[in-house]
Design a protein around this ligand. Structure first.
Ligand SMILES: [Zn+2]
Length: 363
């Protein structure tokens, strides 16, 4: 699956494209900005621009260079991502292990180009930096430039405060091999060694407009979001596509929890009551109210379906089988009341048990 298009950052792109076309692009860049605004995607876009055979302001997307980057298959594009620290104590074996771990991540990204935040324990260990040094010392495979992307560059200084990896990288950035481009991305440039920062030209990315986030979600989420759900996601995103996608996961979890509760209720009052109590505790109030919202939405959809209208998303068949829209609307009313109560200082488990009983009585 090809990369999804880079969204936004028009002015930055224009400046970078101008620099590439006039041969003034610095060899070391640090791209910074909030999580999920497309820092690594911008780095990939830049790689595409550098490898593109046409001299246009944007990568053409169709030449060999563009297509190879699109498939994350360009031999002169080296994308380094944080991976678990290699276990091997032998340095060469550790480098092989890091290479393998990075290759596995790339394989995943080829099949599914959207990804979440890096795992908390993953880092750019000394082995990854050695791998980077090794690759940087080779010549270009395609005979042109080479691009090295280091995502989440703040992970260069791992937990045990060893600066070995960062210092090794520093040596490389002090004298980058001819024709090579290094793009480091980070949420916070202050977390990079000052010596690394001083070698790099900063590129700062801001948050995206709601319109851009909306456009991205409308074009790239499946199944297609209903208008209210879309607006909710745009609001939660706060200008970050990464955040919008993460909110999608949360919302999917909320709908799953709501469906589980409905299943329990429809299985009969006694079973419903018992199962509602056995629901995993909601760790955060937000998670609980999100489940109630999902529950309300599902009941509303079922009422719509029962009235013979088209539903915007699939509704549990058992619920549609209830048939009577009035009952479904009464259930919806109970959920809305629980939603109001959830804002007060009420224990979610007890509220859920009571709601389960009420729903069982109505449905
Ligand atoms: Zn091209």
């Amino acid at each position: 699956m090809p990369l999804l298009p880079l969204t936004g950052h028009a002015e930055t792109r224009r400046r970078l494209a101008e620099a590439v076309r006039s041969g003034r692009l610095p060899q070391v860049l640090v791209v910074s900005g909030p999580p999920g605004v497309g820092k690594q995607r911008l780095a990939l876009w830049l790689a595409q621009l550098v490898f593109c055979e046409r001299q246009e302001p944007d990568p053409c997307g169709t030449c060999r260079g563009c297509r190879l980057v699109d498939g994350l298959a360009h031999a002169d594009l080296h994308w380094f991502v944080p991976v678990p620290r290699p276990k091997a104590s032998d340095p060469d074996k550790a480098v092989d292990e890091a290479a393998q771990a990075i290759a596995e991540v790339m394989e995943e990204r080829r099949s599914s180009p959207l990804y979440g935040p890096a795992d908390g324990m993953a880092s750019h260990s000394m082995a990854s930096v050695r791998l980077l040094q090794r690759r940087a010392s080779l010549t270009s495979v395609e005979g042109g430039r080479r691009v090295f992307i280091l995502g989440n560059a703040e992970r260069l200084v791992p937990q045990e405060s060893s600066q070995e990896a960062a210092n090794a990288l520093l040596k490389l950035l002090e004298e980058p091999p001819a024709g090579s481009l290094f793009v480091l991305t980070t949420v916070d440039p202050r977390r990079l060694l000052p010596t690394i920062r001083s070698r790099a030209v900063p590129v700062r990315l801001g948050r995206l407009s709601d319109d851009l986030v909306r456009g991205f979600l409308a074009a790239h989420t499946s199944p297609v979001l209903a208008p209210e759900a879309l607006e909710q996601r745009v609001a939660l995103a706060a200008g970050s596509i990464g955040q919008a996608l993460a909110a999608g996961d949360e919302s999917a979890r909320a709908y799953r929890a709501a469906d589980q509760l409905l299943d329990a209720v429809l299985a009969g009052p006694a079973a419903g009551y018992e199962r509602a109590l056995r629901q995993p505790p909601f760790s955060a109030r937000g998670e609980f109210t999100a489940m109630l919202d999902a529950l309300a939405d599902t009941l509303g959809e079922a009422a719509r379906g029962a009235l013979g209208q088209a539903t915007r998303r699939p509704v549990p068949a058992a619920l549609l089988g209830r048939g009577d829209p009035a009952l479904l609307l009464r259930a919806l009313q109970r959920v809305t009341e629980a939603r109001d109560a959830a804002y007060g200082n009420v224990n979610p488990q007890i509220l859920l048990a009571v709601l389960g009983e009420e729903l069982a009585a109505v449905l």
